[in-house]
Structures are given as structure tokens and as C-alpha cells.
Design a protein around this ligand. Structure first.
Ligand code: NAD
Length: 461
């Protein structure tokens, strides 16, 4: 379908201007105070909990429909507001969330029946869930979280990243509109107009919040896990991808660069560095440069990148989620538009390799053999146990690697995004809770287990 760039741009500007002028007062689900947001979320939750699964599913279907309709607007708003990511890829991410985030079908009942009667384990709601979302996938995470949480009979109060608040508010408004249109209540998803660390602390301490789902870096996960509440912690990763001499090297180069450059490397699961075995490292890099639009940075350029990408306080936010071309421009190197990734060979301790950058900069580490490759990959993953990938045709090696890395996600012979159901089987999520063990979260992760027993009756075998 042809896209009228100017029309979309005008709509995005219009929405942003409206949100600025009205200070979000016109948007559904937006409150000035966190306590008020939770109170309203609580009222909505009573209604949601009283609805049939079929009614909940109707609301979810409408959220899916609207997400597809507004995928381009949300994608453009996200890029415009945060300055990060790629519009085309963000459109795909929204379509993926709409189509592949599990709904009520994910809530399953377990039953035992026998001589002593019937026992059921049903998955019930927590109530109002507190959720903290990142600026890297702002509306994607909000929509994905809400679908799963509503399916479980909850409502949700978000404390979004302040750098993505307008996009987050647009998504929350859209979700509530979808609920109202489908006969559901307003405020199934709420937020505050100006999220801060204080509003987040209020949420974490609130007596009516029993579960907190945090998606972001290590700081937020630690804060949530120290809150005294049940927490789902979806934290940082630094996924290595190991390539051995049995791999299809041309395909490996394509898959790795496609995964690494998806949304300019913003996804936490994306390939962040390569570990390549000695016999194939040069050939692999050759294919990356020759076929995949990679620019090989010299030693001097690497040093300039280090000075640009890091500040005294850590990552330079102005570099996160930028294109390879933009990053190279920052160090005075002009390249053509088809350059999509910066590569170089370096030691695993190189700051552009060891740190989670979320930029299309891909260091390649040389390993003398497979065992050395596993060791280096393990070191680079920093014990996050989040994601790791491998290109190999040797099943024994894949098994050894998978056991050693012990991550929530392991993609074999495909781009990392296959783990989200994009070109791979399985459902989609943008909250991968490696630290607290839920792994890829879905509706059932946001429910609590309740056992219901009928003794000596209702067994009809
Ligand atoms: P971030 O940690 O800067 O912010 C994430 C959220 O946490 C924001 O809403 C922020 O306001 C809040 N926050 C940060 N510190 C906090 C604290 N001490 N108390 C309360 N709230 C706090 O992360 P970001 O830059 O928005 O996102 C990128 C990071 O998130 C990367 O490390 C990436 O790997 C990770 N991430 C993980 C997943 C996952 O599913 N595991 C998904 C997306 C992003």
C-alpha cells in the first residue's frame, strides 16, 4: 500500500500538538496523580473481573484491530519523540504485537478428578498491576502488557519512561477507546501525565498494587525487586551470537545483520556482539561487508566511536537507537544510505563489545576453538541469562552452548527476532523476564494460581 508521507507526518504532528496543548487532559486513562490513576484502575478492574472471558476477548480484539490501524502513527510518534529506532521496523513490531500477543486462550485451567472428587486450579487476576515500561519499545510494551493483563482479568497502571510519555499516552488512550467501543470500561490502562521516580515509588508502595511488571535496565528491576511486592523483572541483556565452522556462513551473515540492525538494535534480544571461530572469522566478516551493508571501522574510528558513544555517566543517549550512518556522521565519516551496521574485530573487553549499546555497532571477537567461543560468549552475556544465539549445524555443540549460556532465549540459525514469533514459531512479547524466571511473559504470567476443591463429589467417571 502506498504511504502518503506528508499526510502521516501531519497526523503525527497534530496528535503531538493536541497532547501538548491539552496537557493530556483529553486523553483517556491519564491522571495527574498516581493514587488517582490506581483508584480509577481499581474501579475498572472490578468491571473487567466480572466480565465473561468472551467479553474480555472482544476488548482484546478491538485493541488488536486499532493497533494494526495505528501502527504507522505509533511508530512515527515513537521515533519522533525519542529520536530512536526505525519507523518501518517499529510498524512491524506493532503488527507483531497485535497479531501474536496471546489473549484469553493463554489462561488455562488444570483439573484432577478421581475417587476423592474434583480439584481445579484456576488462574485468577492480581487486580491492578503496576507496570514500568522502557523508552526503547514504548507503545509496543504498553499494548503487549495490557493485552496479557486484561486477558487475566486485571487492569494496569503504567509509569512509562518520561522520554516516551506522549507515545505512551497515545497508546493508553487508544486502548481505552478500544475498551469503550467493545462495551468495556474506561481506564483498563492508566498512567500519570508526568511520570517520575516519585510516581513510580508511589505505585510500588500502594496497598492496592500486588504485582509489578518492570521492563527496562538493571536499575528498575532492582528497584522493583526491593519493593516488597511480587515483581516480574524483565531486565537488560547483551546477547552474543556464536558462529562455528559448520554454519552456512552467507546465511549467518545475513541473519546476524538483519537481527542486529532491526529497529537500529533497540530490542533487548538483538545480537549485540559476535563470537566467531578462528577458521571462519575472516570469511564471515567478508560476507557482512560484501553482502550486508556493513562498514568496517578502523582502530582510529573505533576510538572516536568510544568517545562519542560513552559519556562520564554511561551511554550517550543521543547515540542509542541511531542508524549506522548517523553514528558514523557523528565521528565525521560519510557513508552511503545502504550502510546499516558498523563492524570491527576486537577483544571481548573492548567497551563497544562488552557494553549493551543498543546501536548497530557489532564487534566480532575471535575464538580459537568452540570451547573458547562458549567461554567468551558466557563472559559477554554478563550472567543476565537473557538471550544468546548461535549459527551451527552441529547439534551437540548447540546443546552444549544452550546449557552453558542458560538464557531465557536461544535462537539457532536465524535472526534474533525469530524468538518473538517474527519468522519463527511461538507467541510475541516485549517483556522477557529472565531475572525472575517467567521468561517470555504472556497472559498467564499476570495471574495467580487458585485451587478450588470439591471433595467426594463431581467426579463422574
Ligand atoms: P531504563 O532502565 O532507563 O528505563 C526503563 C524504565 O524504568 C523507565 O520507565 C524508567 O523511568 C524506569 N526506571 C529506571 N530506573 C528506575 C528506578 N530506579 N526506579 C523506578 N523506575 C526506574 O531503560 P530504557 O533505556 O528505557 O530501556 C532499555 C533497557 O531496557 C535495556 O537495558 C534493555 O535491555 C532493557 N529492556 C529489557 C526488556 C526485556 O524484556 N527484558 C525489554 C526492553 C528493554
Amino acid at each position: 500500500m502506498a504511504v502518503d508521507e506528508q499526510l502521516i507526518q501531519d497526523i503525527v504532528q497534530g496528535v503531538i500538538a493536541k497532547l501538548n496543548i491539552a496537557e493530556n487532559k483529553d486523553s483517556l486513562g491519564v491522571f495527574q496523580d498516581m493514587n488517582e490513576a490506581i483508584e480509577e484502575g481499581k474501579k475498572a478492574q472490578k468491571i473487567i473481573a466480572g466480565m465473561s472471558m468472551d467479553q474480555r476477548e472482544q476488548i482484546i480484539s478491538n485493541i488488536r484491530k486499532k493497533t494494526v490501524e495505528q501502527a504507522e502513527i505509533l511508530a512515527r510518534m515513537g521515533v519522533e519523540e525519542t529520536g530512536m529506532g526505525n519507523v518501518g521496523h517499529k510498524i512491524l513490531k506493532h503488527q507483531l504485537v497485535a497479531e501474536k500477543t496471546p489473549g484469553t486462550e493463554d489462561i488455562v485451567t488444570t483439573a484432577w478428578s478421581g475417587d476423592r472428587g474434583l480439584t481445579l486450579v484456576e488462574m485468577g487476576p492480581f487486580g491492578v498491576i503496576g507496570a514500568i515500561t522502557p523508552c526503547t519499545n514504548p507503545s509496543e510494551t504498553i499494548i503487549c502488557n495490557t493485552i496479557g493483563m486484561i486477558a487475566g482479568g486485571n487492569t494496569v497502571v503504567f509509569n512509562p519512561h518520561p522520554a516516551a510519555i506522549k507515545t505512551s499516552i497515545h497508546a493508553i488512550h487508544m486502548i481505552n477507546e478500544a475498551s469503550l467501543e467493545a462495551g468495556g470500561p474506561e481506564n483498563i490502562a492508566c498512567t500519570v501525565a508526568k511520570p517520575t521516580l516519585d510516581s513510580s515509588a508511589t505505585m510500588m508502595k500502594h496497598k492496592d498494587i500486588h504485582l509489578i511488571a518492570a521492563t527496562g535496565g538493571p536499575g528498575v528491576v532492582t528497584a522493583v525487586l526491593s519493593s516488597g511486592k511480587r515483581g516480574i523483572g524483565a531486565g537488560a541483556g547483551n546477547p552474543p551470537v556464536l558462529v562455528d565452522e559448520t554454519a552456512d556462513l552467507k546465511k549467518a551473515a545475513t541473519d546476524i545483520i538483519n537481527g542486529c540492525t532491526f529497529d537500529h538494535n533497540l530490542p533487548c534480544i538483538a545480537e549485540k556482539e559476535v563470537v566467531a571461530l578462528e577458521p571462519i572469522i575472516d570469511e564471515l566478516m567478508y560476507y557482512m561487508i560484501q553482502n550486508e551493508g556493513c562498514y568496517q571501522a578502523s582502530k582510529e574510528e573505533q576510538e572516536l566511536l568510544v568517545k562519542t558513544v560513552f559519556t562520564e555517566k554511561g551511554l550517550n543517549r543521543k547515540c542509542v537507537g541511531r542508524s549506522a550512518k548517523a553514528l558514523l556522521q557523528m565521528i565525521g565519516v560519510e557513508v552511503s544510505d545502504n550502510i546499516r551496521c558498523i563492524i570491527f574485530e576486537g577483544e571481548k573487553e573492548h567497551p563497544l563489545i562488552a557494553e549493551e549499546l543498543m546501536m548497530p555497532i557489532l564487534g566480532v571477537v575471535r575464538a580459537k576453538d568452540f570451547e573458547d567461543g562458549v567461554e567468551k560468549s558466557l563472559w559477554l552475556e554478563h550472567g543476565n541469562r537473557h538471550s544468546a544465539h548461535i549459527h551451527s549445524k552441529n547439534v551437540d555443540r548447540i546443546t552444549t552452548y544452550a546449557k552453558a549460556l542458560d538464557t531465557a532465549i536461544l535462537v539457532k540459525n536465524a535472526p534474533s527476532y525469530a524468538a518473538l514469533g517474527f519468522g519463527g514459531e511461538g507467541f510475541c512479547t516485549f517483556t522477557i523476564a529472565s531475572r525472575t524466571g517467567e521468561g517470555l511473559t504472556s497472559a498467564r504470567s499476570f495471574t495467580k494460581s487458585r485451587r478450588c476443591v470439591m471433595s467426594d463429589s463431581l467426579c463422574i467417571r
